[in-house]
Design a protein around this ligand. Sequence first.
Ligand code: SF4
Length: 386
Amino acid sequence: MDLLNTLVEKGLRRELPSREEALAVLATSDDELLDVVAAAGKVRRQWFGRRVKLNYLVNLKSGLCPEDCSYCSQRLGSKAEILKYTWLKPDEASKAAAAGVAGGAKRVCLVASGRGPTDRDVERVSQTIGAIKEENADVEVCACLGLLSEGQAERLKAAGADAYNHNLNTSEATYGDITTTHTYADRVETVRHAQGAGLSACSGLIAGMGESDADLVDVVFGLRELDPDSVPVNFLIPFEGTPLADEWNLTPQRALRILAMVRFVCPDVEVRLAGGREVHLRTMQPLALHLVNSIFLGDYLTSEGQEGKADLDMIADAGFEVEGTDTTTLPGHRGGGCDSPCGSAPADGAEPAESAEPAVSDNASARTDLVTVRRRGAGTDLAPNA
Ligand code: SF4
């Protein structure tokens, strides 16, 4: 297939595909799916070999958010019966983080609900970063605290944060349909603040919110322009009690095409398979490892993930290996430790938006009977991330 050969060549050269080529990946048929995965897999192996980086989420503060992001169970007015609590203490967060590190996580992501941190919150998180680094000096710490004000990124960096996450989530054109309390431009500005402070930027998207193919390509091209080091790809978890509770728009095949498109557009970036992989990819998750080089281990912010052991088994069974702390994730030209490509590939080798393009055609076959969304800690006194 000429399209795939072209995309592989561009990916190996880190060259941006055209919008038409990215759209064509999303339009491929199920008959072509394994060819698409194989092609994007060549690009993945060129830059990341068969390594899979594990990341672990610690929800520092859950629920009670004043923002209205439609996809989020922690939003203003959410009726979702999630765990709600205010800031974990540094030692509690450090204990939770240690569980993830023990499972093989190389990065801990400290997340707090809310529009953005106060200076006191930044101080609190700084202490938490210190507590985590004291226990596990090698672990990467990424903060995800919302919109940053002047100077806050610098303070997080000084406290030892390695990275900052703030997702663009969806295209600029549809952003206002998903959230009204802040803008796409606000999000871009925060990612730039983080980069300006020397933090490794992490910014990604949510697919499955009723967006068109063009919206998906727009947000991924927007990410490429912003040039984060890591791009988490979330698939909407339609939470009861949120406006997007009925948006079951994805099939495993569609999810794989989206991941392949992201890999072709962001070839040498840490592409992370994030929330929703279990409910949307289901038994096809191992195929996604050929496209992404990073996943979350364990639970998400307010919902349960697959058991960590099942993830580790899946990685081993699929012929991949967990990336250790002795390896730098990113290739040398992106500031990572490895100056040459990984070499195993030969040189050839998330309220639905209205849009000019129809929503995806394979929505009709989404199998909602196969899955349920499991709330983290539902009906129990389990500690966060237990
Ligand atoms: S995504 Fe973040 S800012 Fe938006 S409602 Fe959820 S916790 Fe609040």
